[in-house]
Write a protein that binds this ligand. Structure first.
Ligand code: ATP
Ligand code: MG
Length: 329
């Protein structure tokens, strides 16, 4: 695992009038998924490509586990960093197995040693090895090729994964499946992941934290809940919320955000709701049972209650507040 630290990172392309990335500082803790969200041209890809030194910053530094990337040889550095992009970039004349083991092969590991590992990786991304390892990329669907791209990025067992709109070209159903797959993989192997996305739903779903970029600058960094509840400005509110910001809050905010002390009007003998349920869960339960308040439990103990009134207050406060920046550094 690895911590990635951006310290005052600026990139100005030759001849450009404005920096593509402008004094950006933030830290991705090890094992976290950090989503980069922002409009087209806001500098997300540039920021990502500076991590594996496909681009070097004009000023500032990127530290991985405390060591500036510029002190590392780019080739050795990239061995420890998986890179997945939207245009998968599989080698057309190589089989799926050859594609997956391309990096370890370059590192000199014998094919015989890699065979078991390739099968393991194909299984990990949900492709039956017996069926797929001998095929060529053109014999796979776009979504299946994307899975191979992910398997390839994981093959050298990198501690850092860079993903640039990896699921952008997939249909909604396949994309959702890939998101589930990534979360499942991440529960097991725990990489530090920087993930560029255009899709707010994807960012809210996958992100331990979200970094919002606009015109090269970091506008806000926070957890999905922090961004929903306290957007730093109108830009973030529009980006995150759009017209259905209230609906999103119901879907993503935990019920504890509307928690009030005691049991209130909740019937102490009724089944309680778990603390990790969402506001949407709470609302559905209330509508089913006809009760206007619910007891909330954590580890079997009552920690308070929510009511229609407390949920309504929370949601309205969230969408109306001008909000303070949460953890933008
Ligand atoms: N190689 C390059 N040379 C000059 N300018 C570049 C280069 N690559 C990107 N830019 C400019 O830098 C800015 C940021 O580009 P970048 O690709 O990082 O944006 P992005 O946030 O990834 O956008 P998108 O969501 O469209 O992929 C843009 O204004 C772009 O035109
Ligand atoms: Mg981009």
């Amino acid at each position: 695992m690895a911590t990635i630290e951006f310290v005052d990172v600026t990139k100005t392309y030759p001849g450009a009038l404005r920096p593509a990335v402008d004094r950006v500082s933030f830290t991705v803790p090890e094992g976290a998924i950090c989503m980069l969200l922002g409009t087209s041209g806001s500098g997300k890809t540039t920021l990502l490509r500076m991590v594996n030194r496909l681009i070097d910053p004009t000023s500032g530094a990127i530290l991985i586990d405390g060591t500036p990337t510029t002190q590392r040889d780019p080739i050795t550095l990239r061995r420890g960093i998986g890179y997945v992009i939207q245009q998968v970039g599989l080698f057309p004349h190589m089989t799926i197995a050859e594609n997956v083991r391309v990096v370890p092969s370059i590192l000199g590991r014998p094919a015989s040693e890699m065979a078991a590992r390739v099968d393991e990786l194909l299984e990990l991304v949900g492709l039956e090895p017996g069926e797929y390892r001998g095929r060529y990329p053109r014999q796979l669907s776009g979504g299946q090729q994307q899975r191979v791209g992910l398997a390839r990025a994981l093959a050298a067992d990198p501690s850092v994964l860079l993903m640039d709109e990896p699921f952008g070209a997939l249909d909604a159903i396949t994309r959702e499946r890939m998101q589930e797959e990534l979360l499942r993989i991440q529960r097991g192997v725990r990489k530090t992941i920087l993930f560029v996305s255009h899709d707010v739903g994807e960012a809210l779903k996958l992100g331990d934290q979200i970094v919002v970029m606009s015109e090269g600058r970091l506008i806000q960094q926070g957890t999905p809940v922090e961004l929903l509840a306290h957007p730093a400005d109108d830009f973030v509110r529009r980006l995150i919320g759009g017209n259905d910001s209230i609906l999103r809050q119901f879907e993503y905010l935990p019920v504890t955000t509307a928690l009030e002390p005691g049991t209130g009007e909740a019937d102490a003998s009724d089944e309680a709701l778990a603390a990790d349920a969402t506001l949407l869960h709470a609302l559905l339960r209330m509508m089913q049972s006809g009760q206007s308040a619910l007891r909330i439990e954590r580890d079997g103990a009552t920690i308070g209650h929510v009511s229609l009134a407390s949920i309504s207050r929370q949601v309205q406060a969230g969408s109306a507040s001008t909000g303070a920046p949460v953890t933008a550094q």
